[in-house]
Design a protein around this ligand. Structure first.
Ligand SMILES: C[S@@+](CC[C@H](N)C(=O)[O-])C[C@H]1O[C@@H](n2cnc3c(N)ncnc32)[C@H](O)[C@@H]1O
Length: 406
């Protein structure tokens, strides 16, 4: 089986870089990246600067970035691995007689685009990334959205494994927690081999996630059943998904696992020396930063008129050198509570991270986003959107082994 990949919601290419670093023959045959509502497509252009463009089966390039919802999915080149990081949105569905199988997801919800690609191209393997909140969303019907995803994948003939991964526990520089979702078709050799194994075996030791991200022995799995009727799942399914699990033939097995921790990269290791003055926090701006980072109690009024006190505790200020970084958001460069502030290792003055340090937090190559004159603000934005590349490389080792055995 060829190591061919289709990368959806490609951003600046975290999945592709992670797989290509293995030098084991992974070839991305098509990608899609389009930032809604923007004329200048910085992430797309950065992607193309590194990897070149790709063409569909009509020979048309995706040269200016294209909204995946406008793509005729049949024109996407065939591939054996579909990858993509996409947002946690409301995946609920309504009855609709006009659409296929009589269901209709909300407009603009990207899961339905992924499902359409799967229906059109039937990739034997899929690997997705999402925020860990997906497992618990929405608050009013916990687990519904992930349940809908599992139900769809079950209906399309896939077995699914998932795992919430804190990258810093597996040797990275950032305490970023994301859920990775691995789906494989029941017709693959891999599925046939895994069929002989118990859910405990798969989740605890021999499965895709346990192989890529080793864990301590597991004891018991919580179980539940999910049906193929997506509307029923959307209307009433609720379940407390834990941070690791398996869905096979509509049976769900899940448990919270404990990582076998590896030494992380500490913040001080990724800091640059002699950085430009504009990264430093001026005397005048310091009180604003202190306010953002400090504890506060603010009277607020809810939409229904209810008055309450919003309170939050302090966050470390500056960020300690002897820990990995916190989760980087798209707002990383702005005066914001979640923005990292560090003591510069040379001058000992306080400053924000540089774009290169942001790239290092995500495990990209230095200056990955510097091509084509991307403004600094966008470089942080693209990194906040991206993933921790070495996590993909780890899973890529496992993926290589699986595809080579097919
Ligand atoms: C979470 S980010 C993924 C980043 C990527 N994994 C990386 O390493 O940079 C999701 C990406 O999907 C893109 N996107 C959002 N809506 C899209 C659409 N309708 N069509 C194509 N891409 C879209 C966004 O611009 C964003 O770059």
């Amino acid at each position: 089986m060829q190591k061919s990949v289709c990368e959806l919601f490609a951003g600046v290419g975290g999945f592709r870089l992670g797989l290509e670093r293995l030098n084991s023959g992974w070839e991305t045959v098509w990608f899609s990246q389009w930032e809604p509502g923007k004329t200048k497509q910085w992430a797309h252009d950065c992607y193309v600067a590194h990897f070149g463009d790709s063409v569909d089966l009509n020979g048309d390039p995706s040269s200016t970035g294209v909204d995946i919802s406008t793509v005729d999915k049949k024109l996407i080149p065939n591939h054996n691995l579909l990858v993509g990081g996409f947002p946690c949105q409301d995946y609920s569905v309504a009855h609709s007689l006009s659409s296929s199988k009589g269901i209709e997801g909300k407009k603009g919800v990207l899961w339905w685009q992924i499902r359409d690609v799967i229906i059109a191209k039937k990739p034997p393997f899929c690997l997705f990334e999402n925020v860990d909140r997906l497992l618990k969303s929405p608050a009013s019907q916990r687990g519904r959205d992930f349940g809908i995803m599992l139900s769809c994948l079950n209906d399309l003939g896939y077995i699914v494994e998932w795992r919430v991964v804190n990258a810093a526990l597996y040797g990275a520089a950032q305490r970023r927690r994301r859920v990775f979702i691995f789906a494989y078709k029941k017709t693959t050799k891999y599925a046939k081999n895994m069929k002989k194994k118990t859910p405990e075996d798969i989740v605890g030791t021999t499965g895709f996630m346990a192989s890529a991200f080793p864990i301590r022995p597991i004891f018991a799995l919580n179980e539940c059943k999910i049906g193929d009727d997506i509307i029923e799942v959307s209307d009433s399914f609720k379940f407390a998904f834990s941070n690791a699990g398996l869905m096979r033939d509509g049976n769900i097995y899940t448990t919270d696992v404990v990582e076998v921790e590896e030494k992380p990269i500490l913040l001080k290791k990724i800091l640059q020396k002699n950085v430009a003055e504009h990264y430093y926090i001026s005397e005048e701006a310091l009180p604003k930063w202190e306010y953002q980072k400090g504890a506060k109690k603010i009277p607020r009024k809810a939409a229904n008129g209810h008055e309450y006190i919003f309170s939050e505790g302090p966050v470390a200020f500056p960020d300690p050198w002897d820990r990995p970084g916190r989760t980087m958001l798209t707002s990383e460069s702005t005066l914001n509570r979640s923005t990292h502030v560090v003591e510069d290792p040379g001058t000992h003055r306080l400053r924000i991270l540089t774009p290169v340090e942001a790239e290092r937090l995500q495990g990209f190559d230095d200056k990955w986003t510097s091509s084509g004159g991307m403004p600094e603000r966008m470089r942080y934005f693209c990194m906040g959107n991206a993933l921790v590349v070495p996590m993909i490389t780890r899973m890529g080792v496992e993926m290589t082994r699986i595809i080579e055995a097919e």
